[in-house]
Design a protein around this ligand. Structure first.
Ligand SMILES: Nc1ncnc2c1ncn2[C@@H]1O[C@H](COP(=O)(O)OP(=O)(O)O)[C@@H](O)[C@H]1O
Ligand SMILES: [Mg+2]
Length: 266
C-alpha cells in the first residue's frame, strides 16, 4: 500500500524531501521524509504518529507549527510556506497555557491579536470554553493547582482551536495525566473532532489510544528517520468506549503493535 493516499483532495499539510542534520551532514535525524495529510472539508482527519523516542516526532510537529525549519525539504500548510498568517498552535504534554492569565484570557488571546472586539471575543471564547467542559472556570487562573492537569489540557486545546480551528497539533498531550483523566480527555477529543472536524496530528506512545482516536496511523522508524508505515483505522467514525471490546479493535491494536516491533527490529 502507498504510504500516502493520492486522491483528488488537496493536501492541508505537505512535508516533502525533509532531512535534518545537527552536525553539518555527518549524521541525519530525519532523512528523505515525506508526510502528506489530505484536506477533507467538513470531515477533517485524525492522524496519529507513532515511533520510538528520539525518532523525530516532535520535530515533525515543530515544522508544521513553524517553530523549526528542516535542513532540507519543504513544509507547506494549505500549499503555502509557514508564515505568521498561517501559524498553527500546539498542545504539549507539559501545560502550554499562560498561568498569569485567566482561562477566559488564555482562550481569547488569539482573537485579541486578530483585532476582534471585546464583546465578540468574550462570546466566542466562552463558546469554546463550554465545548471543552470548562464553563464556570473561566475566571480562574490557568495554573496548577487552581485547575487540575486535565483542566489545564482543556485550556490548551481551547486556546489552540481558537487560534486555528483547522489544524490541531498535539504532542503526547495526555502523557502526564492519570488514567481516568486520560480516558475522559480521549472522549472529549473524539467529541470535539466530530463537532469542529479539524485536522489533528497527534503523537502518542499508547497504541490503544492511537487506535481509539485515529483515522490513520503513521509509524516512523529510528534515525535516520522517516515514515515507513501507514495503517488506516477502519473503525466507525463515531468511537465509544464499548468499541474497545470489539474484535476489530483488539485486532488492530495487535496489528499496530506487531508492525512497531517489526520496524524496530529492521
Ligand atoms: N539541538 C539539537 N542538537 C542535536 N540533536 C538534537 C537537537 N535537538 C533534537 N535533537 C535530536 O533530534 C532527534 C529527534 O528529536 P525529537 O523530535 O524530540 O524526537 P521524539 O519527539 O520522536 O522523541 C533526537 O534524537 C534528538 O536527540
Ligand atoms: Mg517528542
Amino acid at each position: 500500500m502507498a504510504l500516502f493516499q493520492d486522491s483528488d483532495h488537496k493536501n492541508i499539510i505537505e512535508l516533502s524531501g525533509i532531512s535534518h542534520t545537527y552536525d553539518g551532514g555527518q549524521s541525519y535525524v530525519l532523512q528523505n521524509l515525506d508526510f502528506l495529510v489530505e484536506d477533507k472539508p467538513a470531515q477533517g482527519q485524525f492522524a496519529v504518529i507513532l515511533g520510538p523516542s528520539g525518532c523525530g516526532k516532535s520535530t515533525v510537529l515543530r515544522y508544521i507549527a513553524g517553530l523549526q525549519t528542516p535542513s532540507e525539504g519543504t513544509v507547506l500548510v494549505h500549499d503555502k510556506p509557514i508564515s505568521s498568517e498561517n501559524r498553527v498552535g500546539m498542545v504539549f504534554q507539559q501545560y502550554s497555557s499562560l498561568p498569569w492569565l485567566t482561562v477566559l484570557d488564555n482562550v481569547s488571546l488569539a482573537l485579541a491579536y486578530q483585532g476582534v472586539s471585546d464583546k465578540e471575543r468574550r462570546e466566542r471564547a466562552m463558546e469554546m470554553i463550554t465545548k471543552v467542559g470548562l464553563a464556570g472556570h473561566e475566571n480562574k487562573f490557568a495554573q496548577y493547582p487552581t485547575l487540575s492537569g486535565g483542566q489545564l489540557q482543556r485550556v490548551a486545546i481551547a486556546r489552540s482551536l481558537m487560534a486555528n480551528q483547522e489544524i490541531l497539533l498535539m504532542d503526547e498531550p495526555f502523557g502526564a495525566l492519570d488514567i481516568n483523566t486520560r480516558l475522559q480527555m480521549q472522549d472529549l477529543l473524539a467529541d470535539l473532532w466530530r463537532d469542529i472536524h479539524p485536522t489533528v496530528i497527534f503523537v502518542t506512545h499508547d497504541i490503544s489510544e492511537a487506535v481509539y482516536l485515529a483515522d490513520d496511523i503513521y509509524i516512523m522508524k529510528k534515525a535516520p528517520s522517516r515514515f515507513v508505515e501507514h495503517i488506516p483505522v477502519d473503525l466507525p467514525l463515531h468511537r465509544d468506549r464499548e468499541m474497545k471490546r470489539d474484535q476489530r479493535f483488539t485486532d488492530l491494536v495487535r496489528e499496530v503493535e506487531d508492525r512497531m516491533i517489526a520496524i524496530a527490529a529492521e
